[in-house]
Write a protein that binds this ligand. Structure first.
Ligand code: FDA
Length: 304
């Protein structure tokens, strides 16, 4: 219930614009958000990326945004991603850029999102950078997978995220292994109807393991993206992290101890960094999936 309330708050435009205009609240909430985001600017994202690379992590970097409705805003987001790729490339950060297709046009026209994705992948290819496509609400799954499949034939440097909680993912993953791109398996961050998705449960963890096993056994590039310690322990016991094409990936600010442990054990360990002014929704996602974070957020806000 707390999670649902937080998601409703996150999507309420009145609350969002009130907070953005409030000179007192905005900096306080930004302070709380900084537990999970690197900052509002690309520069802050790049500084954090270099710091994490220096510590031996791989990185993904996302310019935060989703559900962009204006054509101009989608074009601007695409330009920001192009600049990000350019700056990563010239700084020899041959890593991963993550994005939501709804940030670059999916809601306006799937062709726009496809064209922009190709433009970004082309630029990324010249710098040996990977573009990782996030998975969004189930209403967008078909469009996202179709765009990915069309693009991935020509650009093996594009990867795709699969949500273990969707029942359909068991079939989707077989098809996705026909394409060369890395598959990132997550549990799923969106509230979905129970006839198409499982809630957090043992059943979901078993499904997660099943998907991981299939991708590992096919020798396909895989990112295991979870902070679930018992689940990771099961994955470790099966030695899946020791395969060279497999990596573990976690969100910045969430269970850094677990990721450090994986890195210290010699496993490729990727940290998912974000920056941008649209951090509010990202923060709400992190609070909603783990409402205990509300206490941390409040503490962050009142600490000097
Ligand atoms: P679960 O939610 O069961 O949590 C397990 C444990 O992890 C918790 O008990 C707690 O200890 C810790 N934990 C989890 N979330 C936490 C939080 N916010 N704060 C503090 N502790 C927390 N989703 C999606 O739908 N589409 C996508 O494209 C992506 N992309 C993505 C990339 C990467 C790299 C990661 C790691 C995650 C995503 N996600 C995502 C989010 C994902 O679907 C999921 O919501 C979160 O990873 C939380 O789920 P866990 O697998 O960690 O397990």
């Amino acid at each position: 219930q707390a999670a649902q309330a937080l998601k409703a708050i996150a999507r309420n435009e009145h609350i969002k614009s009130y907070l953005q205009q409030s000179e007192e609240l905005y900096p306080l909430i930004l302070q709380a958000a900084k537990r999970f985001i690197t900052g509002e600017s690309k520069q802050e994202g790049l500084v954090a990326a270099k710091e994490m690379l220096g510590k031996g992590y791989a990185i993904s970097l996302e310019y935060i945004g989703e559900n962009t409705k204006g054509e101009k805003e989608c074009r601007e987001a695409k330009e920001e991603f192009l600049q990000l790729i350019e700056e990563m490339g010239t700084a020899s950060i041959h890593q991963t850029v993550s994005l939501d297709l709804s940030h670059i046009g999916l809601l306006i026209d799937t062709e726009i999102a496809y064209d922009y994705l190709i433009e970004l992948a082309e630029k990324a290819k010249s710098y040996n950078i990977t573009i990782m496509v996030s998975m969004e609400e189930s209403s967008k799954t078909d469009d996202i997978l179709n765009i990915y499949k069309k693009a991935a034939r020509h650009y093996p440097n594009i990867g795709i995220t699969v949500q273990a909680h969707l029942y359909r993912s068991l079939e989707d993953i077989h098809e996705l292994m026909d394409y060369p791109g890395r598959i990132r398996i997550v549990k799923g961050a969106y509230q979905e109807p129970c006839d198409i998705a499982m809630p957090r449960s043992k059943e979901l963890n078993d499904r997660y393991l099943q998907l991981v096993e299939q991708v590992v056994k096919a020798n396909h590039p895989l990112s295991i993206a979870t902070h679930d310690e018992p689940l990771i322990r099961q994955i470790e016991q099966r030695h899946y992290l020791a395969y060279p094409q497999v990596e573990i990936e976690m969100l910045y600010g969430i269970r850094p101890d677990l990721l450090k442990h994986a890195k210290d054990n010699g496993y490729t360990s990727r940290i998912y960094l974000t920056y941008g002014q649209e951090w509010y929704l990202y923060l709400c996602h992190r609070l909603a999936e783990y409402p205990e974070n509300l206490y941390l957020a409040l503490a962050d806000m009142i600490q000097p």
